[in-house]
Structure formats: C-alpha cells, structure tokens
Write a protein that binds this ligand. Sequence first.
Ligand code: SF4
Length: 394
Amino acid sequence: MDMKEVMKNHFLSLDEASRNPDRKVAWCTSVGPAEILRAMDFEVYFPENHGALLGATRTTEKTIPLADSRGYSQDICSYLRSDIGAYLQGFTPLERAYGIKSVPKPDVLVYCTNQCKDVMHWFEFFSRQYQAPIFGIHPPTNLPEIQQSHIRDVTDQYKELILFLEEITHSKIKPDRLAQAVKLSKEATDLWADVLGLCRNSPSPFDFFDATISMGPIVVLRGTEIAKDFYQKLYSEITAQIARQGSDNQERFRLYWDGMPVWGRLRSLSGLFDNHHASIVASTYCNSWIFSDFNPEKPLESMALAYLKIFINRNDHYKEEYILNIIEEFNIDGVVFHNAKTCPNNTNIHYNLPNRLRSKGIKSVVIDGDLNDLRCFSDEQSANRIEAFLEILE
Ligand code: SF4
C-alpha cells in the first residue's frame, strides 16, 4: 500500500469505529502510550496529526483566529488552536480528502506530558466537549539521565491507565496482545530508523521535506502490521533507487533541521533548498519517532524508557551531544534552527545552543516561524537568512 492508501484506510477505519457501538476510539498524543491502546482494541486517533494536516493544507487561516477569539492565547501551541478552531468551525480537511465529515468522537482521551503541557489543555477541552473520560500520564520531564526511579514512576502510571481503560472496555488487557503491539512498534520504528539512515548516503536519496510526508504511519499506526509493512516497502524502494541512480552528486550542502516543520511552507522551503543544492539530511523532528528501546519481553518498562528518552524530554546538554553526534554521523555542514513561536518546547535556540555549537565549529542559522500559524512566518526574511547562510557555508 502506498502512503495515501495507508492514511486513507486509517481515517476511514476511525470513522467507521466512531459510528459503530461495538468499537471504541481512543485519542492519544503523538508520543503517548499507543501500544496499550492497541492492545486493548481501541482504534487510535492522534489530534496532532490532524493539526499537522490543518497546517499542511493551509486551512488554519480561519481556524486559528476562531480559537484565539475564544480565549486561546496566540502564544500557545498552534496545533492546539488550529484543531480547536476547526472543531468550533465544524471543519476538517478529512472531508475534502476522504469524504469524512468530522474527526472521530472519542470514547476516551489519553495524553502524556513527555512533550509539553499544551497537550493536557488540548485534550481537556475535548474531554469537556465530548464528555469523554480522560487520563493523563505525567512523567518526569527535561531529564539529563533516565533513572530507574523514572521508569518505575511511568510504569506505575501505565498500570493505573490500564485499570482505568479496563473499566471502559469491561475486559482485561491481554499480556500477549500488549507484547505483540510493542513488538510491532519496535519493528516499525527500527525500519523508520533504517529509512532515515539512508540519508547518510551522499547525495542523500531524500530530504527532511520528503521524510515529513512519509512519517504518517510511524506516528499514527505504531503497534500495527501496517506501519511495519509500509516502512519495509519504503526502505526497499529507496535502496533500489540508490542502486539504480549511482552517485550523480549534485549535493553541495548537507544540513540538519532542528525544530518543528513549517507545515504550510513545506513545498516552498523544499524548493528554496533544492535551488541551492542544499539537502536537509537529518532532523530532530523525524528522529523523534525512533524508539529503539521497545522490548516485547518488558512491554511496560520498555515503553516507559522509550517515551521518557525522547529528545524533547531531555536537558540541553543531552540535546547538544545528540545533535553533535548526528552532525558527525551524517556528515553535516550546518544546522537550520526553526524558532517556532508557539512551540518553545520543540525549539532549541532559547538557551544558547546555537552559540555552544558555534564554539565547536558548527555553523547555524535561525529562521523565525511557526508550525501552523503562518502569521509568524515571513517568506522573504526566511529566504534571505537561508541564502545568506548558504553563502557563508560556501
Ligand atoms: S510539542 Fe509543540 S507542537 Fe507539539 S503539542 Fe506541544 S506545543 Fe504543540
């Protein structure tokens, strides 16, 4: 199945589940414990994916101001505001894409604040609107190291979550189903890592902008055969393409992207870098769905470790070392930092990281913008900064 087919089936299945009294829909945050929900037979819906879809289809012009007018500050997550605004407007891009009139109604909402606290406010809004039960995992955050006590803490919260969900489903979780979901997630995420690793090649067979378009299944279909099969096929296709094309090297610069994508400007930014033969070969964002620690023999503990360990949940020293390692591994010439105004959580310029990298010989540029609120993004200013940066690299 190709990407469009995979995503279409995903949304159609959710739509069907939300209208079928025998099936249940759980909403989950993008790096939340999806494997537990899969193991308990929930269809899993990810509002952040809907937020990205609103951004990529550039339909946030009306939805964001609507949320703003209802008291949601312009300083908070524009995914949240796009999505709440879309709900208030009775709009979803799923209608145009798949004929689906609304997002699936939740039977339960499960969030994890390993990425930020905005997801809590976002899910609480929808819990009130739909009068649906809600459960939050609150892990330790901004960690320098992961301690056993952190893993125990999150594992215990997962156990509480399972008890909570068992009351909703009126059935006990099956340990073999949980192990299977974690196994499938592990296989899919390893394949995703392999796909991203192909960008070690020079010229890189694809870039950050292509990767953002291929990452839907690893976000929304973790714990399923579908995600695993999709990345297996993608990996085979790209390796075959590399073998066919040889090394016609047009790549002048290899770059790293830190921060969120600018969803409404993927195409124009991609064109801008292409024009200068600059390839963004690695990114914090796409790497955020590599969870090497999943282990079906210790499903809850390994999920706790994997979801605690994510880049966004770590201290700045970890982030600096992480980026330095990738720069070396992928032979990167410079870093593009996206200063996303409404997501300080996934923006890493605020505590001197670009300067610290510069002191180690790593050049970087900062572009101001946002993931979904294009009022914060200037095409001209970004293009000027990127072009000036590429001149410096040259
Ligand atoms: S991490 Fe950023 S973009 Fe994602 S939900 Fe939180 S504030 Fe929004």
